[in-house]
Write a protein that binds this ligand. Structure first.
Ligand SMILES: [Zn+2]
Length: 1211
């Protein structure tokens, strides 16, 4: 006897306590032998003990209290006795004990091996001829109670043979509700193990469950609830699901569901209804199940029942699960396209065309690349238990770790020159400032105007932006660097667009028949623009508002056939003019935005467009680019997502199937057919257009009166990369709410789910003095749809779907022309215009030079800027200081869809050219080399990601091809030249946009941080690495409100080894080599928290970047190097903390594994954690060690799975 027990008892001083202790002591005293020999005594003791526990609550506490061995004594007695009555007594004692205590007691029981003891007794008892029913009942009750707490119960039960005992007991006792209930509870526990589920399925468990559940009856509902849950667990196994389908269980389940739906009028049994849906949901994870569900009219049944449930909020779980099943079973549709290859093809030279483009276009004609051969809800792995729906996300999770570069050799910077300097010498001419002696200059500070007089043409050759855009630039530069301009062999599947204004003219003459309307008709006003003569320009000078000065827009029509896209009328040439001029006041008056947009000039813009070469040979100009964009003064908060938005959108989609007759299916715009746009203005449909620079819309289909499906074009010479969009609509009705669905999105999630809105530009607003893009759109959400994605476009994976981005919008002006865009457009022509205007702003103190770096495949020039301060004088010292300024190398817009990068670049350029003292200091501190648009062709042609070579240019830096990737090849050469001449830049930064994260942040390169992250056990302590790479982002986080240090990462990923950032770091040896990512959405920290980002914030970011460089200069300018390191360390703080931050861990530059919990309110309020089971325990069978699976990361706050791994997101 242990001494501590009586002692404890005396401490408590309660008589009854000692009684229990005495009994327990007596029990403990009975060794295994005596238990068997003296059943009578053991019976008596256990009976007394049971009585005590049943009558005095304190007793239980005593037995279970910490530090006592009560449970051990009871369990060891249970193990050793052979007496049925003693066993029963002890089981009852346990039952009493484990009922209380909130699971801690069960935990103790399990930890002491209690479940194993119960299973052993179950086995031995069942071997008796007539096992006691009461004993079986107690055993199962206890197992049901403790089972969920014992993760290994399933395995233990299978190995011990207990599964069959329970299932046989159930078979024999279908009418015995009292015994049946605990048995079913235990079965439910067993079935959560996949191997068990299959084994039980073979033993007929599914058929038995149906015997219990059908036909419909309201008797014994608690029993039914357990049975239906057990069934659902069994059906998670695809083998079982198929077994059930073959037994025609799907229609039985649907019938049962409808019986409950009709009879459960007071919604008291939603748990059973939900359980039945759970069964259907699991069955429909198989192809056979989906087929059976559809054949049994499941879509209609669930649609109708859900519609009836919509009004009762408490029935949401039913609606949500129904919606989940319907989406899964929705027949996969074909994307309404002849091919997923881009509508426009740019013929590369034969020699260049090997590679992805050749593959794309070498498919034999007639091969359908839109869907796979047998893509009807294909189960790709029909015989495995993999849950195909989640594989993408799971794969992402798994590969998270694989992408970190672990090869130390690859991580070490390799500055070894790979090219002979002779080859690079030609680039000297882009660095004339480095050898400039300024002896021909006069440095007369009193000269304030006419900067051009201050320098000789030889030294500071500043070609105008116009020159950039014309062919003589080509000849000027290509003689040195570029291959002669090739015959581009433009080829478009569709013939050239009709003369731009035909339709408009048509519309115009129609309008003329209704003269009374014409007066107020904007279209009319617009037409007249064309005709307004120069003389009348200065006639009206109204004053008042900030944009008071009105300016009559020149018609672009006057300019050599380039047409501005005109609303409804537009008018072709002179005849339009004579018509319009009759109408007084019908003059297009556009706000003179010169005060607000100093870099904008309407005429100059049109000039620039004329020199821009697009593959489709666009002849139209979009109004927003023509008028310009003045950032609104109001803030635009992130859109709050309303409850049930996604669900209602999905129901509308399902209705297409349920009520096919309501669907118009009318093609209103189609680039793939010759006569695009295809509709006549019948007033019943919107008119779409995107045939202008950066436009991207391939097809528009009117689905319902106010609903359109939109299909985006692939990047040219590619068959995917759809995300960027920019298109025009007109012919809208005021007051109507239109729904737009972009149906071929590819990314599995989008910031459109987190508060981002689309951008809209109204021409009516613009001419009323508000030329601006505004965030707009309601009911925005982004979800997986029912359009099948061909394995050709998914890298071989079958059974994938596209995603829908849906938004609703209404229009406030009649006869408006509106534009929608993914983000604030910024065209190549805009860049050229801005550069031209910036150049004009140059003061004598500024040294600015524009060179043409090279010509693109599409025949557009790639500008290279040099900006610094003129030397104070041409004295030796000053010139020397001038030449020795450190270089800063910036680039942007390698990805055309990332227009935000251009706005940030605009901010940088404007700051650099500004008169502020900071800017002056900055110019005196550095020489800036800037390639503001690395991918002009992509921008011009409305691509999202690629250049005309069909490739992502930011994956070509390791080995760029001079012909295929000229801008990358020559930019890299510039850097190589600098490295060779020991002038490698202090900072290199490539501006990008980020579609899945908020804020602005940077990626850099750190050997140490990569090694820390990669968990390779290299002696990282031996590595010496200057922490300087952290300084610039740290400064930015202090001064730029949109910038977030927490989102920065300095890990080198394998998938990024050919990006600018990594190559410039490793090959050029630039320690501060960065990608700067700006959100397309908004901020969740800092001053702009809760707001969507606008051009003002983006431009500010670009300016703050400059300010940060100035601070960096102050730090790096310090002579004492150690002091500098201290300073930087102070600034940087403790790095291990930052390093361990999960956000430093980035998978894909543009699509990192962003663990933002999705607020898919439609699915997320499944309260019982089934979502977890789906993704984690999944329907995957892992024999024997099902409990050793790593736990899925989950969001502790919401209780839902982290987005990336959760099943809800991929639905
Ligand atoms: Zn990018």
């Amino acid at each position: 006897m242990k001494m501590n027990k009586p002692k404890m008892a005396s401490e408590k001083g309660v008589p009854s306590t000692s009684k229990v202790q005495i009994l327990l002591a007596q029990l403990e005293k009975m060794t295994g032998d005596s238990m068997v020999r003296d059943p009578e005594t053991s019976r008596q003791i256990t009976s007394k003990l049971l009585h005590l526990i049943q009558t005095q609550e304190k007793t239980g506490k005593e037995v279970m209290s910490k530090g006592t061995s009560g449970m051990e004594v009871i369990l060891s007695s249970l193990e050793s006795t052979r007496d049925a009555q003693t066993i029963l007594n002890i089981l009852c004692i346990l039952s009493e004990l484990l009922t209380l205590g909130k699971g801690r007691r069960v935990g103790v029981f399990v930890s002491k091996g209690g479940t194993g003891v119960l299973l052993r007794i179950l086995i031995s008892t069942s071997k008796e001829f007539h096992p006691s029913e009461e004993l079986m009942l107690q055993l199962h009750s206890l197992l049901a109670k403790v089972g969920p707490k014992d993760r290994k119960l399933g395995v233990k039960a299978r190995l011990s043979g207990a599964l069959n005992i329970t299932i046989n007991l159930i078979k024999k006792n279908l009418q015995n509700v009292k015994l049946l209930l605990p048995c079913l509870q235990v079965l439910r526990v067993y079935s959560s193990n996949m191997v068990n589920a299959i084994s039980l399925g073979k033993s007929g468990a599914i058929e038995i469950m149906f015997k219990i559940l059908a036909p419909y009856s309201k008797k014994n509902t608690s029993l039914l609830k357990v049975a239906v849950d057990a069934l659902a667990a069994l059906l998670k196994s695809k083998t079982n699901a198929r077994r059930a389908v073959e037994a025609r269980c799907v229609s039985t389940l649907l019938t049962l569901y409808m019986d409950w739906h009709r009879n459960d009028t007071w919604h008291r049994h939603t748990a059973i209804r939900k359980g039945l849906l759970g069964c259907l949901r699991n069955i429909t994870n198989t192809k056979l199940g989906r087929k059976s569900f559809t054949e049994a009219d499941g879509m209609r049944i669930l649609y109708n029942s859900s519609s009836e449930c919509l009004t009762v909020r408490t029935l949401d779980p039913l609606v949500n699960t129904s919606s989940l099943i319907m989406r899964k079973c929705f027949p996969k549709n074909r994307l309404p396209l002849p091919t997923i290859k881009s509508a426009f093809h740019y013929q590369l030279d034969h020699a260049l065309a090997s590679g992805p483009v050749a593959q794309l276009y070498s498919q034999p004609p007639g091969v359908d690349d839109v869907v796979d051969d047998s893509d009807d809800n294909e189960d790709t792995e029909a015989d495995t238990e993999n849950d195909t729906e989640n594989e993408e996300d799971e794969k992402d999770c798994r590969s998270l770790n694989d992408d970190i570069e672990k090869d130390i050799n690859k991580l070490h910077p390799q500055k070894s020159p790979t090219r002979p300097f002779e080859e690079l010498r030609v680039y000297e001419r882009f660095f004339v400032e480095l050898s400039e002696d300024f002896q021909d200059y006069t440095f007369d500070c009193s000269t304030t105007s006419s900067s051009s007089l201050a320098r000789t043409p030889r030294t500071v050759l500043v070609p105008t932006a116009q020159a950039l855009s014309t062919n003589d630039v080509t000849t000027q530069t290509s003689s040195v660097l570029c291959p002669p301009p090739k015959d581009p062999h433009y080829s478009t599947p569709a013939p050239l667009p009709p003369p731009a204004l035909q339709l408009d003219t048509l519309r115009f003459s129609k309008e003329r028949n209704k003269r009374e309307e014409v007066a107020q008709d904007l279209s009319h006003a617009l037409e007249c623009v064309a005709l307004k003569s120069e003389d009348s320009l200065n006639m009206d000078k109204q004053k008042g508002s900030p944009i008071s000065t009105q300016k009559v827009a020149h018609s672009p029509l006057l300019l050599e056939g380039i047409a501005i896209r005109c609303l409804a009328g537009g008018g072709g040439g002179s005849d339009c003019g004579s018509e319009g001029a009759e109408d007084e006041g019908a003059v297009l008056e556009v706000p003179d935005t010169a005060q607000l947009l100093p870099l904008h000039d309407l005429d100059l813009y049109v000039d620039m467009v004329k020199g821009t070469h697009s593959v489709p040979q666009y002849t139209e100009v979009a109004y927003p680019d023509y008028f310009g964009h003045v950032a609104p003064t109001f803030r635009e908060p992130l859109l709050e997502r309303l409850y049930g938005v996604q669900r209602s959108k999905i129901f509308q989609d399902i209705e297409r199937l349920i009520h096919p007759n309501d669907i118009l299916d009318k093609i209103v715009y189609d680039l793939d057919i010759a006569s695009c746009p295809v509709i006549e203005s019948d007033g019943e449909s919107l008119k779409f257009n995107s045939q202008f620079e950066s436009g991207n819309l391939r097809k528009a289909i009117q689905i319902r009166k106010y609903e359109y499906d939109l299909v985006l074009n692939s990047d040219i010479n590619s068959n995917h990369h759809h995300q960027w969009f920019y298109f025009e609509v007109s012919g809208m009705r005021v007051g109507a709410t239109y729904r737009f669905n972009i149906i071929n999105c590819e990314k599995s999630n989008s910031q459109f789910n987190y508060g981002m809105q689309v951008l809209m530009y109204s021409v009516q607003e613009a001419i009323s003095g508000r030329p601006r893009w505004v965030r707009t759109g309601a009911d925005i959400c982004y979800y997986k749809n029912h359009f099948a994605r061909s394995s050709i476009a998914t890298g071989g994976q079958k059974g994938k779907s596209y995603y829908t981005m849906t938004f609703s919008s209404s229009f406030s002006h009649k006869d408006d022309v509106c534009y929608f865009a993914y983000h604030y457009p910024y065209t190549y022509s805009s860049l050229k215009m801005h550069l031209s205007k910036l150049e004009a702003m140059r003061t004598p103190e500024i040294y600015m030079r524009q060179d043409v770096l090279c010509e693109t495949l599409g025949g557009n020039s790639c500008p290279l800027l040099t900006i610094t301060a003129m030397p104070e004088s041409n004295s030796n010292d000053h010139v020397c200081q001038f030449r020795n300024r450190p270089l800063i190398f910036l680039s942007a817009r390698v990805h055309p869809g990332e227009t935000n990068a251009s706005w940030v670049m605009k901010g940088t350029l404007e700051f650099l050219m500004s008169a502020s003292p900071l800017a002056a200091s900055l110019r005196e501190a550095y020489i800036f080399k800037i390639v503001p648009m690395l991918n002009p062709d992509g921008v011009v042609n409305g691509n999202h990601r690629c250049s005309l070579s069909g490739e992502d240019l930011n994956r070509q830096w390791q080995n760029p091809n001079a012909e295929l990737h000229p801008t990358i090849y020559h930019t890299k050469s510039l850097l190589q030249y600098l490295a060779h001449t020991q002038r490698a830049p202090l900072v290199f930064c490539d501006y990008h946009g980020h579609s899945r994260k908020k804020n602005v942040f940077m990626y850099g390169c750190s050997l140490k941080e990569t090694i820390w992250q990669s968990s390779i056990s290299a002696a990282s302590s031996e590595l010496h690495e200057d922490l300087g790479y952290r300084a610039l982002p740290k400064i930015l986080s202090q001064i730029a409100p949109a910038f977030s240090m927490a989102s920065c990462s300095f890990v080198v990923e394998r998938s990024k080894e050919s990006t600018a950032r990594v190559v410039v770091w490793r090959e050029i040896g630039v320690q501060r080599s960065y990608t700067m990512e700006s959100t397309v959405c908004g901020c969740d920290q800092g001053k702009y928290k809760g707001y969507q980002i606008g051009t003002r914030e983006l431009e500010e970011m670009g300016a703050q970047f400059c300010v940060a460089l100035l601070r960096l200069k102050r730090m790096t300018g310090l002579h004492n190097h150690q002091h500098l390191l201290d300073l930087e360390s102070d600034l940087i703080g403790t790095q291990p903390k930052v390093v361990s931050c999960p956000t430093t861990y980035v998978m894909d530059e543009d699509e990192p594994s962003f663990l933002e919990a999705v607020d898919y309110s439609a699915e997320s309020n499944d309260e019982d954690g089934e979502a977890d089971n789906e993704a984690g325990a999944g329907s995957r069978e892992i024999p024997e060690t099902p409990d050793l699976r790593p736990e899925r990361p989950s969001d502790p706050e919401s209780g839902h799975g982290a987005w990336k791994c959760g099943p809800v997101a991929s639905q």
